[in-house]
Structures are given as C-alpha cells and as structure tokens.
Write a protein that binds this ligand. Sequence first.
Ligand code: UDP
Length: 322
Amino acid sequence: MRVLVVGGAGYIGSHTVYELIKDQQEVIILDNLSSGYMELVHPEAKFYHGDIRNKSDIENVFKQEKIDVVMHFAAKIIVPESVKEPLEYYYNNVEGVRILLEVMNDFGCKKIVFSSTAAVYGEASGICKEDMPTKPINPYGETKLATEKMIQWVANAYGFHYVIFRYFNVAGADKSLKIGLMKDQLTHLIPVAIQGILGIRDHLTIYGNDYPTKDGTCIRDYIHVSDLAYAHVLGAHYLLNGGSSEIMNLGSNSGFTVLEVAQAVNEIAPLKYVIGDRRDGDPAELIASNEKARQILNWVPKYTLKDIVLSDYQYRKKISKK
Ligand code: UDP
C-alpha cells in the first residue's frame, strides 16, 4: 500500500514510518517541520515539506502520488500551551484536518488513520472504554474530540472509512535507536526521569503523593511507541481490507504508579526524586481497556515498562553525546 504519513518527521509519526517500511509499504511524508526533524525521516520514505493548513501543499502531494490511505500525526499536543493559545490549536488540529479531508475527498482517497488521545475522556478515572462519555477538560482534548466528530460526519456524508486511535501514555524509542523523542520536547514522566539518571537534571519532581491509589501517586498506562506505531500498520491493512470505521484505545490494559515508574528507572541507575504539589488537571488513574484493538486488529503490545524505560534511556544517552 501507499501511505501518506502527515507528520512523519515527528516522534510517533517517525516510528510509524519505520514500522510501515519494515512491513514493506511505500511511505510518503508531508511535514512542516515545526516540531519534526529531518533526522527522524526514514531514508526510504519520500519527503514533502508542507503544511496541512495550506491546501495547495496537500494538493501538490496528491497530484504527484497515488495514495491508498492517510495517517495523520501533525498535531499540536502540549496541554498548557493549548490553554494559552486555543485558537492556534483549533487552527492546526481542527482546521488543518478539515483541509486535509477536503483534499482527500477531491482526490477520491477516503481512508484515514487518525491519532487521537485519552485526553478526550477528561477527568475520567479508572479503566477507559471507548464508549465512555467524552468530556475533555482542556483545548487540546477538545480539538481532538472535535476532529474525531468531523471525521465521523465526513465519513457519513462522503463514504470515508476511518480508524481513530486514542493514545494513552506513549514512551520509548525504536530498537535501532535511530529515532526517539528529541531533547527539547520533554515534560513527560519517563524522559524526565531518565534525564534525572543521566545527570541532565538534578532530580525528578513527583507531582503529588496524596491521590487515592496504592502508594498515593497517579496511575497511568504506558505503551511503547513501537507497539503503538505497529497498531497503525494493522489499522491501515484493516481499512484496505474493507474494515468498518472504528474508534480504538491504544494502551496496555494495566497501570503503574509514578513511584513504580521511578523505581523502574532507578533500576537502571540511581534516581533522586522529591515529592511536589499536585499538577493541575491530573486524574488519579487512567488505564486503557485495549480489548477492542486486540479483537479487531489482533494487536498485542509486546514491550513491558522495563523495555520502555530502557529504550528511552539508551536513546537519550545516545543523543546527549551529540
Ligand atoms: N509526572 C510527575 N513528574 C514529572 C512529569 C509527570 O510526577 O516530571 C506525573 C504526572 O503528574 C502524571 C504522570 O506522571 O501523574 C504522567 O504524566 P505525563 O506528563 O508523563 O503524562 P500525562 O498522563 O499527563 O499525559
């Protein structure tokens, strides 16, 4: 199949490109490099520099390439930034996808694999199933939910088929260590903790230990980026084989507390941590039910938390030497 990966120079997009190429698929990337990097672009992928908010940039690709399925990763994803700049988030995450869908429809390409997020569940706590009510609590989650709904209405009107994936906590790096989460994008627990053991920062601050969980720290569902990326390969095959439109969580069905993650990192090298205040908007526990992706796509995540932290450590060690 010929896959257009929009945002293929970013963290999750680049890992998906690597999985697609391992699966012997042809990959075309469109990326504006606003948060992506040329060094993350797989050498066998064809690269177009362009922005999904410019219709002509997308048309330019479709005029030159026959595309069977589109995957969309080109979103802005930083929650506090979305609170400060909601219009920018709506412009990029909703309007950008609206234009993309318009061009896809014009060129008769009607299959899309779309990246969404557990943030659509809002303050839900516990095990999330796809049919739970969606109540985002920040503009980032709102833009993703609005776009999910736009895709559903577009599918209804023009005969599109979609797979919408709601990601939980993604971390780790490809085993080649050629790609990973680059250094200037770090706010997430695992890379921050890894920086703590590499001496890039002095310690990890744990945001609150008075939550109603077994050790008082928040529980999250961590998923290796390569497992997540591979789900997209399965999602594309599913659509091209005539699969019906679906929304699916991508997570591991299990959760770890922040202290358990800190402990896993501490097993690689000593990690200092301090307990700080709670961070705004953090629910106590978020775990994906991944039954739907298992059943429909036969997707089984194969990496453990230990694999995730080790791969992020190895990648971060490698790039810190540059
Ligand atoms: N966290 C923390 N210290 C950090 C970063 C994150 O204690 O420096 C906690 C955060 O409060 C949450 C969990 O780790 O309970 C996962 O946060 P992350 O930002 O990685 O992902 P989120 O679940 O917010 O998408």
